[in-house]
Design a protein around this ligand. Structure first.
Ligand code: FE2
Length: 376
């Protein structure tokens, strides 16, 4: 079923950081992005710098402030420590989508606007999501420049070295909110943007020995955009979602899942490039080997389980299909935003429910190392 907002897919994600050049260097040399464009004083933009990075269908913008120190980007960075400021979707008609969403209760951040240069024009508008994040509605069908007005090819002379991980596109973007806020945001996406709830994990579904969380997945009715929302739930110790909200100083984007068509090759390159992933205990793979042995031939895992073990890739069996995934450690200074790498096999639709225990045990071990698991 088509979505009535006219959303056709993800466009780009913009991060606000303390030093765009250094963060761009990490995204290029570790995550394997290409340095495609640049916007800054050389292109007529004086107050900020942005690097436009691409890889297959992935588009990231890494932005930092230059001056003045009271700039809204510096406010974002000083309170959140860097993170996702906005994620953009392509829509057929920005004005229509914006009006529909706002009429149904969406919070407007910027009204529809036309950005023009000699390559055409881009139309965009922004809606608020979570505390300080924006969902952008973008129509760039009438623009044939590099990315959008203000951006030019990067003119630097830095030589970039990395192994290409072959990351393809955004699979899903996840938000973290405070206790008792999840249903409010579920309603917000469903009522104002015509999303629908596709999965919901209640009390007891996602918990470790010590802590717990609630999670609901809202998505466009055609499934193009999948947006899980997590909320902390009471446990003996501090939920990883509570740690996020505390350390991020607010609610926002927890992780972006990047789809690949060959997760072993991708993770081999990403590890070579220096990306750190969560550690998965050996016992997980002993159990997976046993589970796989019991499956009928047409449902078996096609990958070598010893390779999954070597690279720390998790596997969730899901009917005839299965899902391969792993999480990086937080990429910045605070234990907040991280990336997931994901490969869906034979039509798997889930989010790795069967891996929650192993993943969250692993996150808790990291949380304990930071001294953020115990309540006192
Ligand atoms: Fe995920």
């Amino acid at each position: 079923m088509a979505n009535s907002m006219g959303i056709t897919g993800y466009d780009y994600v913009e991060f606000y950081v303390g030093s765009a050049k250094m963060a761009a260097y990490w995204h290029v040399n570790a995550l394997g992005m290409n340095l495609t464009g640049y916007c800054g004083s050389e292109t007529g933009i004086k107050d900020r710098v942005s690097y436009y990075l691409t890889q297959n269908n992935l588009k990231f913008v890494i932005t930092s402030f230059v001056k003045p120190s009271t700039h809204k980007i510096s406010h974002f960075v000083s309170s959140h420590g860097g993170g996702v400021k906005r994620w953009a979707v392509n829509v057929d008609n920005v004005e229509d989508s914006f009006t529909k969403a706002v009429t149904n209760g969406a919070i407007p951040v910027s009204v529809p606007e036309k950005l023009e240069d000699e390559h055409g024009y881009v139309e965009e508008a922004a809606l608020q999501i979570y505390d300080d994040t924006e969902l952008m509605l973008v129509n760039n069908k009438h623009y044939n420049g590099l990315f959008r007005p203000g951006f030019q090819k990067y003119q630097g002379d830095i030589e970039w070295h990395h192994k290409n991980p072959g990351l393809q596109s955004i699979d899903h973007i996840v938000g973290n909110v405070r206790q008792n806020e999840m249903n409010r945001w579920v309603d917000y996406f469903n009522k104002t943007m015509d999303f629908e709830t596709s999965l919901s994990f209640g009390p007891g579904d996602i918990s470790t020995k010590y802590s717990a969380l609630l999670s609901t997945v809202v998505q466009t009715k055609d499934g193009i955009i999948k947006n899980p929302i997590n909320e902390p739930y009471e446990g003996i110790k501090i939920s990883q979602i509570e740690e996020y909200v505390r350390e991020y100083e607010g609610t926002g984007i927890q992780h972006i899942a990047l789809a690949t068509e060959d997760i072993i090759a991708s993770v081999r390159s990403l590890r070579y490039n220096g990306i750190e992933f969560l550690e998965i205990p050996d016992a997980y793979y002993d159990k997976l080997t046993q589970q796989n042995a019991a499956l009928p031939e047409d449902q078996k895992i096609m990958e070598d389980i010893e390779e999954l073990r070597e690279f720390g890739v998790l596997c969730d069996l899901e009917g005839k299909g299965y899902l391969l995934q792993l999480f990086t450690k937080p990429i910045g200074d605070r234990p907040t935003f991280f990336f997931e790498v994901i490969e869906r096999k034979r039509g798997a639709q889930g989010f790795g429910q069967g891996n929650f225990q192993a993943l969250f045990d692993s996150i808790e071990r990291e949380q304990a190392r930071r001294g953020n698991l115990d309540r006192n």
